[in-house]
Structures are given as C-alpha cells and as structure tokens.
Design a protein around this ligand. Structure first.
Ligand SMILES: [Zn+2]
Ligand SMILES: [Zn+2]
Length: 356
C-alpha cells in the first residue's frame, strides 16, 4: 500500500482570474468516500466560468480547488467502502446526489434538489467541493468507476465528458439504432457523442461545426457527414442529406446562440432536440415552429443516469476513443496558462489536460 503524504500540491482559486498551485493538506476520506491520487484532470468551459468567479455555489476563494474531469488511482478507502481498494484505477462522474431528495430517489441526481448542500450529502467535485486540479482528491464512492486495464489514463479522463452526451441520449429515450442524428458542436462532448451514436447503431450521423480541424477529428470516430457552418448554411445541407425530412434527433453541444434555431429547422416532424450545451446569453429561436412540428425538446445536465458506466463499457469495447482528443497537456503548475489556451483556443485545442 502506498504511503500517503500529509501535504500535497493543489491549484487553489484565490479570486476571479487568480489560480495558483499551493501546498495543502491531503484530504482524509470520510465514510463512503475514497481518496484518489489524481493522474490527470481535464479542463472545459465550465472551468473558465469557475476561474472567472461566475459559477454558483463554489466554495470560498482561497480554499477551493476546481477540476471536475479527472482520473487516477485509489490511495485509501474510507469506512464503509469495500467496492474499491488502494491501487484500483478509477474514473469519475462529477456529481453525487444527496440520495434523499425526490429527484435523487428517482435517479436524477444531477438535478439534486440539495445541489451544493454538503451537509445534506450533495457534492459536485471541482464545482461545489474540492476537485482534481491537485495531487489527491476525495470522492464519493457512488461516483467512481473502475477503469479497465485496456484503457489508458488519457481514455479515462474523457469518460466523464463522454457520460454527458450519453446522458443526453438517455434522457431523450436512448436506443438510437437506425436513427439519423445531427450533432452540433465538435468539442469533446460532441465528438464523444458522435462515437457513442455510431456504437449505438445510428443511421446517418451528421456533425456540424466551424473549425475544420475538429470536424476532421469528427470523421475519425465515424460521423458520416461533416458540415462546416463557417463556410455554408448547415440547414439546407442537412435537409438535403435527409431527403428534406430532417433528422430524427438533433443534439446541441455547441452553445452557439444561433444554433437552437438551426436545430428547430433541421429536426424532422415528431423528432427530438437534445440540448446539453450552456449559452453565453439568452437564446432566441422560433419555438412555435418546434411546436407546429410536434418536436420534443430535452435537456440534460452533466453525466447522470449512471452513464459514465456505459461510457466505460463503450470505451473498453474500443467504441469510444478519448485519448485522441487530448491535444494539450500541462503540468499542474501551468494551470493558468492551460486556462488561457482553452479560452483563446490557442493552438486549436480539443481537450486540454493537467498532470499533477
Ligand atoms: Zn466539464
Ligand atoms: Zn438529492
């Protein structure tokens, strides 16, 4: 069993735009908690909101370590934990519900009614509790998944992300065999969603984005068509590819303010729109057209519904390949620089990771 030090290096948010690596005590796992030695932690747009101080219910500045997409090796298990033992490689989902509210009882723990209330047992790593931009992190046993030996750390760090798209598919009814699906936004969520859709037997998968490099990455996991929306209006192109009917399902992962309108136009009568993105401002689109076409709109937050478990299974079967999405890696000490790269899209990053 590995010797656990008393102190560790951890990135701490000291104020808006001020994150630094400092020495902190290694957290001690409480009942039903697991201490994980972090091997890698991914960054995403949510981290930028946290970094800027614009995320609700984060712990106070000067004590809070963000990072909600991480993977590592179990260092110690708290009391009551026999599911994992030191040495086990794990990946995570970020959210762990309180387990006592109506939504948690119905399995909807990313919509926990006690969100942010640690006293009642809710925690969202790197958002409402300390996360993975550190050498060690404590996590609730319910939100850990064993990483199969054939999967790398790089694969593992993308499984939280993959769970987001899978949860979106799940809430919209799942079972996509034979359906034509449009995915807007070839970021890590969109790209893993494309991979998952092909694994689930989707008919035509059409990926829409604005950056050629990402769209090329999208053809590798198996998008049947990619459309560069910076060069041409994607709506007529999608309608042409679907014989004028539109897609059975449209999944919005882009967060572009104009994209919901495009979703409304490219989804066929009786089809479904799944929104998993966040937007920089309020969105305007023709909701009446959606109603007229009898289209259903679904939203989902995070990687609920035990979908990280499904992501692990798909990855173990070679159907999800997260590692190829990692374009940039930085040592923990360079976390501010990593955030700059994500924000400015410097060097066309797809997934930027930090290694403690
Ligand atoms: Zn994220
Ligand atoms: Zn709850």
């Amino acid at each position: 069993m590995e010797l656990i030090p008393d102190r560790m290096r951890a990135a701490v948010l000291f104020g808006p735009g001020d994150i630094r690596v400092t020495e902190r005590p290694v957290p001690v796992p409480g009942p039903d908690e697991v201490l994980v030695r972090v091997a890698m932690c991914g960054t995403c747009g949510t981290d930028l909101k946290i970094f800027d101080g614009h995320f609700p219910l984060t712990p106070p500045f000067g004590s809070f370590t963000p990072g909600h997409e991480w993977t590592g090796t179990v260092a110690a298990a708290g009391s009551g934990v026999d599911e994992f033992a030191p040495g086990d490689r794990v990946c995570i989902e970020a959210h762990s519900g309180c387990g006592r509210c109506d939504n948690c009882l119905a399995g909807r723990y990313t919509a926990c009614l006690n969100y942010g209330n640690q006293a009642k047992g809710h925690r969202a790593t790197g958002m409402t509790t300390d996360g993975g931009f550190a050498e060690f992190a404590v996590h609730h046993v319910s939100a850990l998944y064993r990483l199969p030996p054939e999967l790398s750390v790089e694969d593992g760090v993308l499984l939280t992300t993959a769970g987001t798209g899978l949860y979106g598919i799940d809430v919209a009814g799942g079972y996509v065999a034979g359906l034509d699906v449009v995915v807007f936004g070839p970021g890590p969520v969109g790209l893993t969603t494309v991979q998952a859709l092909k694994a689930l037997g989707a008919g035509r998968v059409i990926l829409v984005g604005t950056r050629t490099s990402r769209l090329e990455l999208g053809t590798r996991p198996g998008a049947d068509h990619v459309i560069n929306a910076a060069l041409a209006d994607p709506v007529p192109a999608i309608l042409e590819l679907t014989e004028g009917a539109g897609a059975d399902v449209t999944i919005e992962c882009s967060g572009g303010l104009g994209v919901p309108q495009q979703c409304a136009e490219v989804t066929k009568r009786g089809g479904k729109i799944v929104v998993v993105a966040f937007y920089p401002d309020k969105v305007t689109f023709d909701l009446s057209a959606v109603v007229r076409k009898d289209v259903s709109i679904y939203t989902s937050r995070g990687e609920g519904g035990n979908n990280v478990k499904r992501a692990v299974a798909l990855a173990a079967a070679g159907k999800l390949r997260g590692a190829e999405m990692i374009t940039h890696r930085f040592p923990l000490e360079e976390i501010a620089e990593a955030f700059r790269v994500v924000r400015e899209r410097d060097g066309d990053p797809v997934k930027v990771v930090l290694v403690p």
